[in-house]
Design a protein around this ligand. Structure first.
Ligand SMILES: [Zn+2]
Length: 294
């Protein structure tokens, strides 16, 4: 497993904000201790050319200026452009590593799947996974990219950016009703699988599998995963029921389908996040124990 990580991603915060540095700083030592053979690599910083495949020049200028908070969830942190560009760059690195046949994960913040072409929102500034998908296509050699978004929230930003793209298919499984309120319907290359609050685990996992199966009908050369862990039953900002072993199962599915795949961290706000990430990655790499800890 190749982990793209830059410690600078922990260098911004806002008091009491759930998208906090500890999500990452608590995860790093656990993965390093349990998986001493995994390779850690500094990600590239996404270039303007990469960012402009998904966003307007005006959006880049607004994030660069970071004059006022973008919304209540998305502060204008000092240096937020660099933080966002490094998280987007790590997603690009993940896609490129996947194409080269490596299992890889981006352990970075900020997340990306709510960032729209023209708007930072929902803790997200740049649409990391969409930028990675568009970069993979621009490199040549990849004909079709699928994006499986199992974060508890609808990947509205990714959806907006990739909608109607003939070489990209997107599927999102998410709580509804919940933030950001979109994702009730499917059309064209977009497949949405809303689940009600308190949906039993088995039914939720059935939707996760349906979404993945739908993407496989697209016959992707590359599968990118928006890996959010906020569908965990103790997550403080959602009302879903998944356990650690469910995220392990998601990893095992990736292993079984045997398509070049890469995963990028989205949400996940409980103190169990390191265990959930480990469960997913261990399931994927084939190192999982019989049952996950969390
Ligand atoms: Zn989320």
């Amino acid at each position: 497993m190749l982990v793209f990580h830059d410690p600078r991603c922990a260098e911004y915060s806002r008091p009491a904000h759930p998208e906090r540095p500890q999500r990452i700083t608590a995860t790093v030592p656990i993965l390093k201790k349990r998986h001493p053979d995994w390779t850690w690599r500094m990600p590239l910083e996404a270039s303007p050319e990469m960012l402009l495949r998904a966003h307007s020049a005006e959006h880049l200028a607004r994030v660069q200026a970071a004059a006022d908070d973008f919304d209540a969830d998305s502060p204008a942190h000092p240096g937020v452009f660099g933080h966002g560009a490094r998280a987007a760059g790590a997603a690009v690195d993940v896609a490129r590593a996947a194409i080269a046949g490596e299992l890889s994960f981006s352990l970075m913040r900020p997340p990306g799947h709510h960032a729209r072409r023209e708007k930072a929102m929902g803790f997200c500034y740049f649409s990391n996974v969409a930028i990675a998908a568009l970069d993979a296509l621009a490199q040549g050699g990849t004909g079709r990219v699928a994006i499986w978004d199992f974060d508890a929230h609808h990947g509205n930003g990714t959806e907006e950016i990739v909608a109607n793209h003939p070489q990209i298919a997107f599927a999102s499984i998410h709580q509804m009703p919940a933030y950001p309120g979109t994702g009730a319907r499917s059309s064209g290359n977009i497949s949405n699988y809303p689940v009600a609050p308190m949906t039993p685990r088995a039914a939720h996992m059935d939707e996760m599998q349906r979404a993945l199966d739908k993407l496989l009908t697209f016959k992707p050369d590359l599968l990118l995963v928006s890996a959010g862990f906020d569908a965990y039953h103790r997550d403080p900002i959602t009302q879903l029921m998944l356990e650690g072993e469910d995220f392990q199962k998601c990893g095992e599915w990736l292993r079984e389908i045997n398509i070049r795949a890469g995963a990028v961290l989205e949400g996940g706000y409980s103190d169990a996040l390191p265990e959930l990430i480990d469960a997913f990655l261990s399931g994927w790499s084939g190192e999982a124990k019989c049952s996950a800890h969390a």
